[in-house]
Design a protein around this ligand. Structure first.
Ligand SMILES: Cc1cc2nc3c(=O)[nH]c(=O)nc-3n(C[C@H](O)[C@H](O)[C@H](O)COP(=O)(O)OP(=O)(O)OC[C@H]3O[C@@H](n4cnc5c(N)ncnc54)[C@H](O)[C@@H]3O)c2cc1C
Length: 302
């Protein structure tokens, strides 16, 4: 989608929102799949209510992009513009056991920064790519922990009120890869409360998690992490592996040989290829185990 109306272009500039024409989502996502559209880079949170009013009044559909590490985006010219937060400097401010973190901050760098200041708890998140905002939206987690456990406050743009508001941790429910935020709420910042731990001890935990990832995940390849959520009490990866589906391909979209719940773009896979592979695997699991696998990857169909 192109923003060509000179009045809209001028209004964006007044709001301090940078317009990047014809951005490639293949270059902005870890799967390296996706078509093109205009990208709006937001430098100041305060501009968001005005930006949303502008886009809605002009009938410009929009989607919100974090680090693009949990997304499968359609091919071709996309029918919505993309909004993304620019990261401020600094993006993490510590006070005692609290970390005030901008949603655009890189998750891995945030975990490391806190660790260096003897604040732990998030060791399991090392190696989860993307932004802190994306991690909040997805309630990212690994190795028995999830980010939601440490959230004390979230600053967000609430679509329902069209305002920037602050929610306390207990007003939000964080479940397995699911949160109670409305689909078009935008996370802007979070206050985390982290347990004190000596850096050396945190580093040891980080090394163990890194090693677990290296030995079980196709880290050098283009993926979006796990494609399916684990059904209650079961492992989606184990079911796919038990059916002998590692290596199954549609075009360059392939079930990883290393981890059956990671689907990789082994070359020039299109969204169509990846969606066909996902549908095929889902159907085979359904007919073999009578289990409907739910997507963990967020799919943006045009
Ligand atoms: C190699 C690899 C390993 C991974 N391992 C894990 C793992 O162990 N555990 C795990 O949980 N995940 C894992 N993931 C998936 C992914 O990294 C996480 O889900 C991550 O938190 C997504 O963040 P993001 O910023 O990239 O979000 P994106 O992919 O950009 O977006 C995902 C969704 O969140 C929304 N969103 C993003 N930012 C915001 C915001 N500020 N406000 C509102 N909505 C927003 C988007 O609109 C979209 O719906 C892995 C991915 C890869 C590639």
């Amino acid at each position: 989608m192109r923003i060509e109306d000179p009045n809209v272009v001028a209004a964006l500039s007044e709001l301090g929102v940078e317009l990047r024409c014809s951005a490639s989502l293949a270059k902005l996502t870890s799967l390296a799949i996706g078509g093109t559209t205009d990208l709006l880079s937001i430098r100041k949170h305060e501009s968001i209510p005005g930006l949303l009013s502008l886009l809605d009044s002009r009938g410009v559909p929009h989607r919100f992009l974090g680090g693009g590490s949990n997304l499968l985006v359609d091919d071709g010219e996309l029918p919505w513009v993309i909004m993304q937060l620019a990261s401020p400097d600094p993006d993490v401010v510590l006070e005692g056991n609290f970390a005030q973190v901008d949603a655009a901050a890189d998750l891995g760098r945030t975990v490391t920064y806190c660790a260096k200041h003897d604040l732990g708890g998030m060791e399991g998140l090392i190696g989860v790519p993307g932004t802190v905002g994306g991690a909040l939206r997805m309630n990212a987690g690994a190795y028995g922990m999830q980010i939601g456990s440490y959230v004390r406050e979230v600053t967000l743009y609430r679509a329902a009120t069209r305002q920037i508001e602050i929610l306390r941790g207990e007003q939000i429910s964080f479940e397995y890869r699911h949160t109670s935020f409305a689909p078009d709420d935008m996370m802007l910042a979070v206050k985390l409360e982290l347990p004190s731990k000596p850096y050396k001890e945190i580093l040891q935990g980080i090394r163990i998690c890194n090693e677990k990832r290296r030995s079980s995940q196709p880290l050098g390849q283009k993926s979006a992490g796990c494609i399916f959520k684990n059904p209650p009490g079961a492992s989606a990866g184990r079911m796919i592996d038990d059916l002998g589906l590692k290596g199954l391909s549609v075009g360059d979209a392939r079930v990883s040989e290393r981890h059956a719940n990671f689907f990789v773009n082994a070359g020039k896979a299109s969204a169509k290829d990846m969606l066909a592979l996902i549908a095929d695997v889902r159907e085979r699991v359904r007919s073999a185990f009578s289990v409907e696998l739910e997507h963990e990857v967020v799919i943006w169909n045009a």
